[in-house]
Design a protein around this ligand. Structure first.
Ligand code: MIC
Ligand code: SF4
Length: 642
């Protein structure tokens, strides 16, 4: 029986387990990446493990999230990260170089390799045929220390593409179409593997757009084969020697299939406040647009900026609309300047921002009250833009540029003829902002620099046999990590300081959460389906843990957040019977006996209601030990001390 590409790469990295779907497996990790907002924690944890140098083939530390620098905190973090990279053998991408995923695709992503990144959009690397997975910082830290990465063997979905995208329809519309069909939990514990004749019409970066935003379906990762298009891209990046052909077998067997005829797609848009609320642009035509933002790791490649620039050439943005552009990398900026196309954006009135995450994570350029903001980004969760009353919509660069010109949502096909532009056969390569690892003898003498913003990791104790407390909060389906641990200009700089950042836990839905948790000595969260979708930020686990959160009881979990809860010793439990969710109220007193955890089920006593509820979990034997030890770090320390 033939194999899928996913199976081939996983099999070549398999340490434990089999390809049987849903079983527990572990794989070796060739490359890691971190960004600054998750990186400081990841490296504090790496330091705590006590290994002198990273054991991966390649590890890169990027700075792209926290570049606003309203005070000493962000630059403190940057310094810390730079000194860590020098000490432990990592590449360091200096602030100003660009967004981690765009940069990694340009300079480091390699067909056939595995990449683990402490950012949920790490699957961007799947655009060149690698298995690239997002994870919490601690999992990345242990991978850097040479440990294998544990996951459930995912199901593999064949996304079979035929046809060719029409003018003014682009890669973003492909992933929006998939989100329209399967929603934000449609691919949990699945890999989206792209095949079919249509893939030949998509360039490396366009494939990256699709695999990047595959994250929003809950997928473990997404992958394209490594073919002649990949070869062309790697040659253009002067990395032709790293190309290998990697295709699924012709008789590969997939668990599911999604058929998409690219020729039939039309411009799409995701409405507030979920990437899964997809409509056609036509349906929303005429809605006044206050802000347009082009950029983010989804749509900031040279191709994306070129199409927008050429549509805006010789025009002025509408009086009622603000346009921001945050390019993905210096390579992109360099080409745009050289070709003169950056001038088209500037002359049209675009506000050119730094090559960084910027408005995507609420780091500046918050929209006005009640604004309609059209963004080429991948997430439009409530409050993420920095303005709680704003309505963010997700679109392609074509739809964004058209809205900037017209001041209202307009089908870009009304623009007329698609402007022509050339893509370079060879990109300008300048890696002078990527500091390579120091040789071990020199690295030894490097001193790690810790500013006052870097606070030590809190320590957590083993769990007792019985958990007691009350329901601190009951939430609905699809609660995101942006609800649990918001980001933005005020909160993001606190990522290296758990006591401080914990003050903002659940702030968007309940400002009393922090104080109540402390008053009650911690307790429980009850939630619906897909709890913890979105970001890989482990702060959504560490900070609630710091406030005393003992267990989370939900209908289902999102993959990365589930792993983060385990890593920090918060027991993740699911209802055996989902209807039991209904009878629970905030404030109910619970008792959970953990001595039966190994059997796969535990009983929850709702003391307030006088009822008993059966709970289950998906924890492996090792994960049970990790949770009971109070988290992965105490668990590893226990292991090493033995
Ligand atoms: C995001 O897009 O939400 C982030 C910010 O990049 C996160 C990581 C983080 O919270 O630091 C992600 O996607 O994992
Ligand atoms: Fe940065 Fe936004 Fe991409 Fe997250 S989704 S890595 S915040 S650009």
């Amino acid at each position: 029986m033939g194999k899928t590409l996913t199976e081939k790469i996983i099999e070549s990295h398999l340490v434990e387990g089999t390809l049987e779907r849903g079983s527990d497996i572990s794989i070796t990790i060739d490359q890691t990446l971190t960004q600054d907002a998750t990186g400081t924690m990841a490296y504090l944890q790496f330091e705590a493990i006590g290994i002198p140098r990273v054991k991966t083939e390649l590890s890169v530390s990027y700075v792209d999230h926290n570049t606003l620098q309203t005070d000493f905190k962000n630059p403190d973090d940057h310094r810390y990260l730079q000194s860590i990279a020098a000490k432990y053998g990592l590449y360091f991408s200096r602030p100003g170089n660009g967004i981690c995923h765009q940069l990694h695709l340009e300079r480091f992503a390699r067909p056939g390799k595995t990449l683990l990144g402490s950012d949920s959009h790490t699957p961007t690397g799947g655009g060149v045929g690698m298995i690239a997975i997002g994870a919490g910082g601690l999992d990345v830290a242990t991978s850097m220390a040479g440990e294998e990465f544990r996951l459930k063997m995912p199901k593999i979905v064949n996304v079979f593409l035929t046809g060719k995208l029409p003018d003014f329809v682009s890669a973003k519309d492909v992933i929006l179409e998939i989100l329209r069909r399967i929603g934000v939990k449609g691919a949990v514990n699945k890999v989206l593997e792209y095949t079919g004749p249509g893939i030949k019409t998509l360039s490396g970066p366009e494939r990256g757009t699709i695999t990047n935003m595959g994250t929003e379906t809950g997928a473990t990762t997404s992958i394209f084969p490594s073919d002649e298009i990949t070869k062309e891209f790697l040659i253009a990046q002067e990395r032709g020697d790293q190309w290998v052909e990697l295709l699924p077998d012709e008789d590969a067997v997939y668990d599911e299939t999604i058929n998409i005829n690219l020729s039939e797609l039309e411009p799409l848009i995701a409405e507030p406040h979920s990437p899964g609320n997809v409509k056609t642009v036509k349906e929303l035509e005429g809605l006044t647009v206050d802000q347009v933002c082009i950029g983010s790791c989804t749509n900031s490649s040279l191709r994306d900026l070129k199409i927008a620039a050429n549509m805006l050439k010789g025009k002025t943005i509408a009086l009622n609309t603000v346009l921001t552009v945050s390019p993905g990398s210096r390579q992109v900026v360099g080409h745009m300047i050289e070709s003169g196309e950056m001038g088209y954006l500037v002359q049209a009135g675009a506000r050119i921002l730094e090559n960084a995450c910027g408005p995507c994570i609420g780091m500046g350029l918050a929209p006005k009250s009640d604004a309609v903001s059209l963004r080429t980004f991948n997430r439009n969760f409530l409050g993420r833009s920095g303005t709680k009353s704003a309505n963010a919509y997700l679109v392609s660069p074509e739809v964004a540029a058209m809205a900037a010109i017209e001041g209202k949502i307009t089908d870009p096909r009304k623009f007329g003829t698609l402007p022509k532009f050339d893509m370079p056969k060879k990109f300008n390569i300048n890696d002078n902002l990527i500091v390579p690892p120091l040789p071990p003898e020199e690295a030894k003498n490097v001193e790690v620099i810790r500013g006052p913003n870097i606070k030590p990791l809190p320590e957590f104790n083993p769990l007792p046999d019985k958990l007691e407390g009350e329901v601190l909060l009951k939430v609905e389906n699809d609660v995101t990590t942006d609800h649990i641990m918001p980001a933005g200009a005020e909160i993001l700089p606190l990522r290296s300081n758990i006591p401080e950042i914990s003050k903002y836990v659940f702030n968007v839905i309940d400002e009393t959460f922090h104080n109540r948790s402390l008053e009650k000595g911690g307790g429980f969260i009850v939630g619906g389906e897909n709890y913890g979708q979105g970001s890989s930020r482990e702060h959504a686990a560490i900070a609630p843990k710091y406030l005393g959160l003992k267990a989370v009881i939900v209908k289902s979990f999102a993959r990365i957040h589930l792993a983060n809860l385990i890593n920090f010793g918060i027991v993740p439990l699911t209802f055996a019977n989902k209807n039991d969710y209904d009878a629970i109220e905030q404030g109910d007193k619970f008792e959970i006996d953990l001595t039966t955890l190994e059997s796969g089920t535990v009983v929850l006593k709702n003391i307030t209601k006088g009822s008993k509820i059966n709970l289950t979990h998906s924890l492996s034997e090792t994960e049970i030990k990790i949770v009971k030890a109070g988290g992965k770090l105490p668990f590893i320390k226990q292991m090493y001390s033995k």
